[in-house]
Write a protein that binds this ligand. Structure first.
Ligand code: WTA
Length: 659
């Protein structure tokens, strides 16, 4: 059994900032595996930003009509890329592979109950064409919005590709969202159709998607004419005559050939709603050509995509990761994509590792929250499976704390697989800061360096670039990039305000704070609104969390600021222990121990003033910690926030110290 000498290793990492060179076995087969090759890419990007992207666009995309103009910046901060070219994304993901890989497996799917399905590129092509024709039969055309509320099954990807084929704009709503959230998204986009299922399997249960759809549409949603319903579980559901149609009935009259609609480069491919720090979720709008290019180049650079790969990204299609790195990027490259419908812990915490073994997964991409949960379950789960097919591991969504990084590296990757920690956002469309794994040495907790063509900087309050190492500031992107968001659907003013106004339209403001170390490596410190100021010192909540989690006894931690008369803000930590929660959620001796621990890891200034122990942390169904809620609790405010999206509402009492 593999074990980690946690204490010594973490100490050495935090104090020496150890770096891990690319494993030699990996480097041998990597497509970018020399400093010279990487330097040439960086050089070409810095010589001429536009020419760099234009030549990649010509190389990687099959155009219907080539473009003459690369970048139109005349209406900044609204940028257009390759804007007089025409293309079709579904054509680039399917048709262009039929000549040489029609029989290659495009999708391997496994359901939570173990059912397996395989689709070749030829079969996927016909399935997409048929559903695209079904959409057309029901009056859906170019520019119409279509909402998807689907389980993680191949038909979710088929539906997205079908929309792309006819130029309909999809908006995928994560299946874990409530009826109310679905309703507001349908209405904001004025969707003409909804695509859902009679249910999906997750966590041993059936998720009643159709019932939630019916509830969402009971009042309002007047724009919806058709609801397509995929039969997945066979559950008894209500079908509304004249509106609802089963997927299998809808495709009956549809031909399995559907010529692609040739669309302008800037045609919106999709909207994806994401939370901001305030207000209602924003419909992030992405383009066609620029977006596709981003998914392709990052698949190649960061995942070292190869024809022989069996690639698995665990993200649901309801998130941006499930768009760029499930539904589009891998298919655009003609890869074999693995999809899994269910929860990582069904029937037990070995499921992911069993899937890796059974399907010979080579590239595995997941989130730190999943890694930590599986790490907590113990090494005997991964140790029971043969993980030798894996060659590359990825992480996304939040900074990965060094302890989880090391566990991933040793217990899953057996020290043979580079870990690519990828920093990006719904808004950026694809990876922005991430290692090129055959060349760049990694450091646990750092997403390393900006990719070629990504002009990233850390700036101070005034917008001046911070050159000094390890000084935190605003993370910004200085030049437009092809796969950037185009606007917020129906609220362009908010687009300008949220991302551009802070520094007078000069930079894209990511909303994260970061620092750059002596080697030019980026360390994400947290959202700007999660940066604490304690006695005039700037501290990232995530840094403190990472230090807490590095302690042997701690499984998970969330840190927030609480107003403090003396220090401005005080640090308040919620901690989930690996062992039992102390009675009443308080343990003075352990608190002193952890305070000293953090003090040793970062400095006395980072010491939490108070620690409260809970059985778990309040998270949204997508796994993000609800920090605003924790801040309210820490400050003793009454909770006015909607807590209905919590995985476990009962946890509130514990967090409030009432139990
Ligand atoms: C955070 C997910 C540190 C960050 C693709 C960002 C990360 C937000 C990382 C976007 C990472 C994402 N290291 N932080 N590797 N990846 N984040 O829109 O705060 O769901 O701004 O996109 O997640 O979240 P989103």
């Amino acid at each position: 059994m593999t074990t980690i000498d946690t204490k010594n290793t973490i100490d050495s990492i935090l104090h020496e900032e150890r770096s891990f060179p690319p494993p030699s076995e990996f480097v041998k087969h990597a497509s970018i595996n020399s400093t010279q090759a990487l330097d040439a890419l960086y050089q070409s990007a810095s010589n001429n930003h536009e020419t760099f992207w234009a030549s990649l666009a010509r190389k990687e995309i099959d155009w219907h009509r080539d473009f003459n103009n690369t970048l139109d910046a005349s209406n900044a901060p609204h940028y257009r890329w390759f804007y007089d070219g025409t293309l079709n994304i579904s054509y680039n993901c399917l048709d262009r592979h039929l000549a040489d890989r029609a029989d290659k497996t495009a999708i391997i799917f496994e359901g939570e109950r173990g059912d397996v399905q395989r689709l070749s590129y030829q079969e996927l092509y016909h399935a997409v064409c048929r559903f695209a024709n079904a959409l057309k039969i029901h009056g859906i055309g170019c520019g119409d919005r279509v909402v998807l509320y689907m389980p993680m099954v191949p038909e979710a990807v088929i539906a997205m590709q079908a929309c792309a084929r006819i130029g309909a704009i999809h908006s995928v709503v994560f299946g874990g969202f409530s009826a109310a959230a679905l309703k507001s998204r349908i209405e904001d986009a004025a969707a003409k159709a909804v695509i859902t299922a009679d249910g999906g399997y997750r966590g041993g249960k059936i998720i009643a998607l159709k019932a939630a759809c019916d509830e969402a549409m009971a009042e309002g949603c007047a724009s919806v004419d058709t609801v397509f319903v995929l039969k997945r579980t066979g559950a008894d559901i209500a079908m509304k005559a004249g509106r609802d149609v089963y997927w299998h009935d809808a495709i009956k009259p549809a031909s399995d050939d559907c010529p692609p609609e040739w669309l302008n480069s800037e045609h919106p491919l999709f909207l994806l709603y994401t939370s901001g720090s305030t207000g209602a979720p924003k419909g992030i709008q992405h383009s066609s050509a620029g977006y596709l290019l981003g998914t392709i180049v990052t698949m190649k650079w960061v995942f070292d995509a190869q024809d022989s790969d069996i690639y698995w990204c665990t993200a649901d299609v309801g998130w941006i990761t499930g768009h760029s790195y499930v539904a589009y990027g891998p298919l655009a490259l003609g890869m074999t994509l693995f999809m899994y419908e269910g929860a990582p812990t069904v029937p037990d915490a070995g499921r992911f590792w069993k899937l890796c073994q059974d399907h010979n997964i080579t590239v595995f991409y997941t989130a730190p929250t999943a890694i930590r949960a599986l790490m907590k379950a113990g090494d005997n789960f991964p140790d029971a499976y043969d993980l030798s097919s894996l060659r590359l591991l990825g992480s996304v969504g939040e900074p990965i704390n060094p302890e989880a990084w090391l566990w991933y590296h040793r217990v899953i990757g057996k020290q043979r697989c580079p870990i690519v920690d990828t920093w990006w956002q719904t808004e950026t469309g694809a990876h922005v800061i991430a290692p090129i794994p055959g060349v760049i040495a990694t450091k646990p907790g750092s997403c390393t360096r900006p990719l070629p063509g990504m002009d990233v900087a850390v700036v101070d309050e005034k917008g001046n670039e911070i050159k000094q190492a390890n000084q935190g500031g605003y993370l910004v992107i200085k030049k437009p990039w092809p796969f950037m968001l185009r606007t917020i659907w129906g609220d362009d003013k908010r687009y300008c305000e949220t991302y551009w106004q802070r520094f007078n339209n000069k930079y894209y403001v990511a909303g994260d704070s970061a620092r750059r170390d002596e080697d030019g490596y980026y360390w994400i410190m947290g959202r700007i609104d999660d940066v604490l100021n304690v006695s005039g010192h700037r501290l990232g909540t995530m840094e403190i969390e990472s230090a807490l989690v590095a302690n042997d006894k701690v499984a998970e931690a969330a840190v927030v600021g609480r107003p403090d008369a003396l220090t401005g803000e005080a640090i308040f930590a919620y901690v989930v222990l690996k062992g039992e929660r102390p009675a009443g959620g308080i343990d003075k001796a352990l608190t002193t121990e952890l305070q000293q621990w953090v003090s040793k890891q970062i400095g006395p200034i980072a010491k939490p003033k108070e620690i409260r122990y809970a059985d778990n942390l309040p998270k949204t169904r997508s796994g993000k910690i609800m920090r605003r809620l924790l801040r309210a609790i820490a400050s003793g405010e009454t909770i006015t926030q909607d807590t209905s999206t919590l995985e476990n509402e009962a946890i509130l009492e514990q967090l409030q110290g009432k139990q």
